[in-house]
Design a protein around this ligand. Structure first.
Ligand code: PEP
Ligand code: MG
Length: 873
């Protein structure tokens, strides 16, 4: 039997093998294949990682031999060997999953160094300081990420050494200081772990590989996967690669660059580098790097070679690249390339530019922008006028655009806690690390004192579309004491600050935010989007103002107007309360008569805004308790107005109290008991339509009956609606078409959809209630237990956010089939929250709905998701 291939030498794989080799490994092979200068090495597959964890942290048969074989191949190719007296091989070990995952073990450099090889390294480089510095870095990284010693222990030791030697920065430490530090570090490991730092390179390698495999299941990685919807069974690859040194003196260096600006998309190289440094110095943000444009003056040959490679990679990959490189004594090496993460604005700019450059076609461009990214474009910006007058306290790097206002917190946990209480916070840190991800996700914005545009905080915030100011060196952060200073200003935990992530400015206090303005690219791009999508996109809007926003974002109508939301206003809620507590039909009719003109006027305005597009208006669906007064003083006031005794009214209210209002007297059950409510609403809708029709304005009202589960409910109510409507239309002698349909939000309605369709002219899936009733999860209380379901892997996603295809989705599918069997031209849409969720929109496309309806701000997201669904399926 042929052994399974667990290990691939660079060049044996291709870019298409991302799933097996991880993104980094696949691209290292690809770059090797197209002749770029890549230090040789090999990749252990992602499958191996999964096997290793399944086998209880043991190697599958044959793996050890394959690692040995590839190591030998590497040694032969380099003419170097582990532990060799003259030419010791040193390698880096890096994780690399199919998708970029900052939560995992990242990198161990200089592996292969020990008490002996360090001497050879010194001899060969003729640089004693370099040798000891490399060795102490290796022990520190190995101790931290492989052996699990807290990295502060090493930080303390180096800090103590600096104090002892009167050194200001790391580079002030001499070769001898660093040599002493090596001993200190070894002692730390021995004290902390009870075992010595391993001297044998093969043992080092095995431990490092195991640590990468292990890191797939560390807490940070799991959190990151949960936050980003990444499956847990992908595994990570391990890349073992010959070391090249960016810290071999002033002709060496290392950097990170993008082939275009990841912030604006401008077609101009973008990035940073550090002379005499190793990769982790750039990423960790411990030194603030130089802009790549400086390299042109400092090392023109390297710069030119880099620019050629950038171009070559872009043409090869047909996308913007994010690359890591190192130059050792004037010789350039590529260490990584991958698709560059970018802001939404940059994504649009790059997509539009690349189509214009002829590099990609429109379809590819449409697939390139993540629907969720559209959110960023719609993000708030600081009010410019107020900004001009606000107190600017510091300026850092504009790491991720958008305005953010919040109260300062210094720990990720606090950010999570405060956000849970509904507070807006800004997370302020010296620098961020992957542990902070959850806090970053919940904060309004992020401010860091250290780090460049490609530091952790910057990259992660950009990915999240979150406002971030990084590398703000004018501030000093005291995390433990919970304050930061900006010159002579002290900002404490709980104080308000405002960030402008687009300029890097930090302000004391709160600056008002204004809505985003969309660039010309947005219009161009969305036009392409609309060429490909099949699904219509409508909006859920209850007011003329919401309708305007919806129209601006390209909604093709209103898919849900929740009429009860029209009554939340103080002036109207009283009339609703009177209606609810009315003791007889006459009182109820009186109360309804005061509501009629309000409703009619609302409808007139919405119809006018929507300019002849369909508007679906749902009959009142309030869980009654939401409208009843609970305060004694409010009850007192209402009692006075109604001429009732306080106790009498209170009794009425008590009698209306429901144990389970979501399954109580709501939806169509209300007009079944109180037909006068339906009468008033139908009148308001039809009278408004008639009035506009008479003025020559086209209106397309669609009256929707909520929470139905029995065909006779629909039959009865539709009969009443049609009778009232037709009479009004006839009396006014106008030509007006209207439709009557139902929401489908009860499992029983799905099962008898064929019967319902006999009456209903359209279906709109209310998947909020349908999810609630299918799972038996209260939509109002699920926050108490659903997060645990996600954490424990019982559910992959919150079913109230992303439609559960297996359960709820099956019911929806069934209802679509049965409904269309009765009425082949039945118009079908969705108006639950899922209508704006990309994965759910895809489902709606697949099962052949006519449209989705979502909140106005999500309309562009839904349009894009619909286009991508059409292109993908
Ligand atoms: C639904 O249930 O999905 C729906 C849209 O109605 P509501 O959220 O108003 O109950
Ligand atoms: Mg509902």
């Amino acid at each position: 039997m042929v052994d399974k291939q667990y290990v691939y030498f660079f060049g044996e794989g291709t870019r298409d093998m991302k799933k097996l080799l991880g993104g980094k490994g696949a691209n290292l092979s690809e770059m090797t294949n197209i002749g770029l200068p890549v230090p040789p090495g090999f990749t252990i597959t992602t499958e191996t990682c999964i096997l290793f964890n399944e086998l209880g942290k043991k190697y599958p048969d044959g793996l050890e031999e394959q690692i040995d074989g590839n190591l030998k191949k590497l040694e032969d190719k380099m003419g170097m060997r582990f532990n060799d007296k003259e030419n010791p091989l040193l390698v880096s070990v890096r994780s690399g999953a199919a998708v970029s995952m900052p939560g995992m073990m990242d990198t161990v450099l200089n592996l292969g160094l020990n008490d002996e090889t360090v001497m050879t390294l010194i001899q060969k480089s003729g640089n004693e300081r370099f040798g000891w510095d490399s060795y102490r870095r290796f022990i520190q990284m190995f101790g931290d990420v492989v052996m699990g010693v807290a990295h502060e222990k090493f930080e303390h030791a180096i800090h103590a050494k600096k104090t002892e030697k009167n050194a200001k920065v790391d580079t002030d430490l001499t070769a001898n200081d660093l040599k002493e530090l090596v001993d200190d570090y070894k002692k730390i490991i021995k004290d902390e772990k009870g075992t010595s730092f391993p001297q044998d390179p093969k043992t080092q390698l095995k431990m490092a590989i195991d640590a990468v495999f292990d890191s797939w299941n560390n807490k940070r990685a799991i959190t990151y996967r949960n936050l980003n919807g990444i499956p847990h069974d992908l595994g990570t690859g391990v890349n073992v690669q010959t070391m090249v040194f960016g810290n071999m003196g002033n002709h060496s260096g290392t950097g990170v660059a993008f082939s275009r600006s990841p912030s604006t998309g401008e077609n101009k190289e973008y990035g940073e580098y550090l002379i005499n440094a190793q990769g982790e110095d750039v990423v960790a943000g411990t030194r603030t790097p130089q802009s790549i444009s400086k390299l042109k003056d400092e090392m023109p040959a390297i710069y030119n070679q880099l620019m050629d490679i950038f171009k070559k990679l872009e043409i090869h990959y047909k996308d913007m690249q994010d690359m890591e490189f190192t130059f050792q004594e004037g010789r350039l090496f590529m260490l990584q390339t991958r698709t560059g993460k970018r802001t939404a604005a940059a994504a649009l700019q790059v997509a539009v530019d690349m189509v214009n450059e002829g590099l990609i076609d429109k379809k590819t461009a449409v697939m390139r922008v993540e629907p969720a990214q559209i959110d960023q474009l719609l993000h708030k910006q600081l009010d410019k006028k107020a900004q001009g007058m606000a107190q600017l306290i510091a300026k850092g790097l504009p790491a991720s655009p958008g305005g953010a206002v919040g109260m300062v917190v210094f720990h990720a946990d606090d950010a999570v806690e405060e956000a849970k209480k509904g507070k807006k916070v800004i997370l302020v840190r010296t620098e961020t690390s992957p542990e902070d991800i959850e806090g970053m996700a919940t904060a309004q914005g992020i401010l860091t004192a250290r780090g460049g545009m490609t530091s952790h905080a910057a990259v992660v915030a950009r990915g999240m579309g979150k406002s971030c100011v990084a590398g703000c060196e004018e501030i000093r952060v005291f995390e433990r004491k919970e304050y930061f200073t900006a010159k002579d200003i002290k900002v404490n935990k709980g104080d308000w600050i405002t960030l402008d992530g687009s300029t890097g400015q930090v302000y004391l206090g709160q600056i008002p935010v204004v809505d985003a303005e969309l660039s010309g690219n947005f219009g161009i791009f969305m036009k392409w989007v609309d060429e490909f999508r099949k699904l219509g996109v409508r909006a859920n809007a209850d007011t003329p103002k919401d309708s305007e926003v919806a129209l601006k974002f390209g909604a093709a109508g209103i898919g849900l107007c929740r009429t009860e939301h029209m009554f939340f206003e103080a002036s109207r809620i009283k009339a609703v309360r009177k209606m609810i507590v009315a003791r007889n039909e006459k009182d109820r009719r009186d109360a309804l008569m005061t509501l009629l003109p309000f409703q009619k006027q609302d409808f007139i305005e919405i119809f006018e805004v929507m300019q002849g597009l369909p508007v679906t208006i749902r009959l009142l669906d309030p869980p009654l308790h939401e409208f009843l007064p609970t305060d004694d003083s409010d009850i007192e006031e209402l009692a006075k107005e109604l001429g009732l005794e306080f106790d009498e009214l209170k009794n009425t209210i008590n009698s209306l109290h429901e144990i389970n209002p979501m399954m109580g007297h709501r939806g169509c059950r209300l007009p079944i008991t109180y037909p006068e409510i339906l009468e008033m609403q139908t009148r308001a809708i039809i009278e408004a339509s008639i009035e506009l029709t008479k003025k020559g304005i086209i209106v397309k009202p669609e009256i929707m009956i909520p929470v139905v589960g029995i065909a006779n409910e629909v039959k009865l109510l539709k009969g009443q609606i049609v009778e009232i409507s037709d009479e009004l239309i006839k009396k006014n002698n106008v030509k007006l078409e209207y439709k009557v349909g139902t929401m489908i939000e009860v499992p029983r309605a799905c099962l008898i959809a064929d019967e319902i369709a006999a009456e209903a002219e359209f279906f709109s899936f209310g998947t909020n209630d349908l999810t609630q009733l299918t799972f038996g999860f209260s939509r109002d209380d699920s926050g108490k237990f659903l997060p645990e379901y996600i954490n424990k892997g019982i559910l992959e996603k919150d079913p109230f956010a992303t439609l559960d295809r297996e359960g709820v989705g099956e019911l929806v599918k069934l209802a679509v089939q049965r409904g269309r069997k009765t009425r082949s031209n039945l118009k079908i849409g969705i108006c639950g929250e899922h209508g704006g969720d990309p994965a759910s929109v895809e489902f709606c496309h697949i099962i052949g709905m006519d449209y989705v309806s979502c909140s106005p701000f999500r309309v562009p997201i839904a349009r894009l998701a619909a286009a991508q669904a059409a292109l993908r399926n």
